[in-house]
Design a binder for this molecule. Structure first.
Ligand SMILES: [Zn+2]
Length: 233
């Protein structure tokens, strides 16, 4: 068991409120770094025997993990987020030698970790490409008459990363018939009907969808038929 597993970390709060240490009676200024004792009293870092610790901001997981592993005393620092109405962790207070050692270790294997990150990014890209491919295959399975390039356009569009499009939904990730069909319907609406022009003309979305519905249905029916590629509808 590592040292860090044996202790429950002390919590330090960064506060903008005017604070007075209940032990040394010093005014702590603003912002003040305080510990709240078991008796709900506010105490300064010096009285809490934490003032020799160094602050390590959150955001570097390797540094945090390593520093935490090597420090005997550790405190988690929280600050109030007024927007989110809660205290959020800002980083750790750790012993200086632990921070120094963690820095050395991180510098020593920075290249290795960077390479690992790059490999992971490539792997994610590969997985994504495979997913888009499977999505396109599913489109062609449901709509065997669809022109091949249309299936790839639909899949790429629906699955675009960091979008909220249908291809990014949980149902689509399982390639459910419904989710894939939704992506095809959206494509047909935009590519085969005057839906976009209607919207540009200020026609209400729901109304515009209703107006192109029969055209969309006809196109899907056409694509659902196996055999020679149907003429564009
Ligand atoms: Zn004090």
């Amino acid at each position: 068991m590592s040292v860090s597993d044996q202790r429950s970390d002390v919590r330090v709060f960064v506060t903008d409120q005017q604070s007075l240490c209940t032990e040394c009676h010093q005014s702590l200024g603003k912002p003040a770094w305080v510990v709240v004792t078991e008796e709900s009293a506010v105490c300064c870092l010096s009285c809490a025997d934490l003032d020799d610790l160094a602050f390590l901001p959150a955001g570097d997981p390797a540094m945090t993990r390593r520093a935490k592993k090597q420090t005997v005393r550790c405190a988690v620092v929280f600050k109030r987020s007024y927007a989110r109405r809660r205290y959020e962790p800002q980083g750790l207070l750790v012993e200086e030698p632990a921070l120094f050692a963690a820095e050395q270790q991180c510098m020593a294997d920075a290249d290795v970790r960077k390479q690992r990150q790059e490999r992971n990014a490539i792997r994610r890209q590969e997985l994504h490409a495979q997913y888009v491919q499977r999505f396109a295959e599913k489109v062609r399975m449901l709509y065997p008459g669809i022109p091949y390039e249309r299936s790839t356009i639909i899949a790429a569009h629906a699955c675009r990363m960091s979008s909220r499009r249908v291809g990014r939904s949980r149902a689509a990730k399982k390639l459910s018939d419904q989710a894939v069909t939704l992506a095809v319907v959206a494509h047909v609406r935009h590519a085969e009907t005057i839906y976009d022009e209607m919207l540009a003309d200020g026609i209400e979305r729901r109304h515009a969808r209703q107006m192109v519905r029969s055209q969309v249905t006809a196109c899907l029916k056409n694509w659902a038929v196996q055999g020679p590629v149907a003429p564009p509808c």
